[in-house]
Design a protein around this ligand. Sequence first.
Ligand SMILES: [Zn+2]
Length: 520
Amino acid sequence: MRLILALCLTAALQAADYDLLIRNARVIDGTGNPWFRADVGIKDGKIAAIGRLLQATATRELDARDRVLAPGFIDIHTHVEGEVEKVPGADNYVMDGVTTVVTGNCGGSSRNLAETFARLQKQGIGLNLASLIGHNTVRSQVLGAANRQATPEEILKMQELVEKGMREGAIGFSTGLIYIPGTYANTEEVVALAKAAAKYGGIYASHLRDEGERGLAAIEEAVRVGREAGLPVQLAHFKVDNRRLWGSSAKNVGLIEKSRREGVDVTVDQYPYDRSSTGIGILLPSWALADGEQKVKERLADPPTRARIAKEMEQMIKRLGHKDYSYAVVASCQFDHSLEGKSIREINLLKGRRKKLKYEIQTILDLMAQGGASMVYHSMSDKDVERIMRYPFTAVGSDGGIREFGVGVPHPRSYGTRARVLAEYVRNREVLTIEDAIRKMTSLPARTIGLRDRGLVREGYAADLVLFDPARVQDKATFLKPHQFSEGFDLVLVNGQPVVDNGKLTGARPGRVLRHMGNP
Ligand SMILES: [Zn+2]
């Protein structure tokens, strides 16, 4: 009798229809369509069935109790180079419901994608990862940080590097046209390199040359690259980054619409915060940053050159519509952690200097000469943030990175982007419906980067899924205390394996490198 029972049990186990069966979920499938009630069966890392699976058996069954089951979030805009090796579980992202990241943005990627991909695969990662090949990475290999146009031979060399990246599995080509050395390139160079990516079916992801006064011209430049090189264009962390132009996002969105009507496939991504984050160098004129760190130090040590830099900075901040640098806050500073969380204005006063713009500029140049700092800038208006978010073809992307818990004072977007969209912009302000918010985090970015088997709750798709209660989901990371995981994402599956279970990290590393499968 006992033997028979044991046999029956074994048979039942072997015959289990699914590895995991999630019952009674409100499925938001990622298309933007309204939620529907269903059970979802998962087998061998894939979504095997969706429907009323009353008779089905599974190794593990879980009652969703009417919580939302959505596709895992795809972050189309991240910078995880170097960090993913340190924190391969990508804790801050998976706790925020992210199951796939796209890295290599803003012109900066791994130099050797084949090697990086192989290493990550071997090491194991908590989420799926795809990468772009970066313009600045490629240009610095050929021209260093030289402030000049590339020669035709140099363009050829750079094209070869882009093609190599594409063959190794990059999903496209990215630029960071405000950064060194990308900012020294003209549009023709960008078109030539984008063509190398287009050959392999890649996209063009652009950090625009300007996000303020010359924003429209910068969008036009990116659209021109898409038109002339023949590839889709993704505009990164779309915003109006100039106080004097707050409210003008309607014009920028209008230009995207016009370009789409003309047949250029343009989409954008955005993080749901009114403050940006980047290095302190962005406050200096770009010529002052050429030719490497040593040269920059020499310029800062040379009084006439330093005076010229300071004078241009005064004009730059006026053009940005700020009276002083209270909008610029140190996020992390390697040589003096006590500065973290303080604004340039406060640091200037701490140094015993008077409350004047010209002294604040000297404080910035001192920080620069000592090795720089990473910053948070309060530079956007929430009206623009909301308007851009409402635009149907705006995806959600954090522009963040993987963070070591407790290290520095990084922008909270790395921890809280998804939860903040769902808590603040869906639940509190009703800027988006929940279905549309999910679409912007899933199928929209999947479409843009050409993922054909992720981004929807659909049979046959990879079981990247997230389970949460929309009334409870909440971002916790703030500008002062960024190292706080989002709450409410109870279960996060990557390729069918829980990386978050019961709201806790599992330490599993079921992520995969997603190589672009484009043209030859
Ligand atoms: Zn950027």
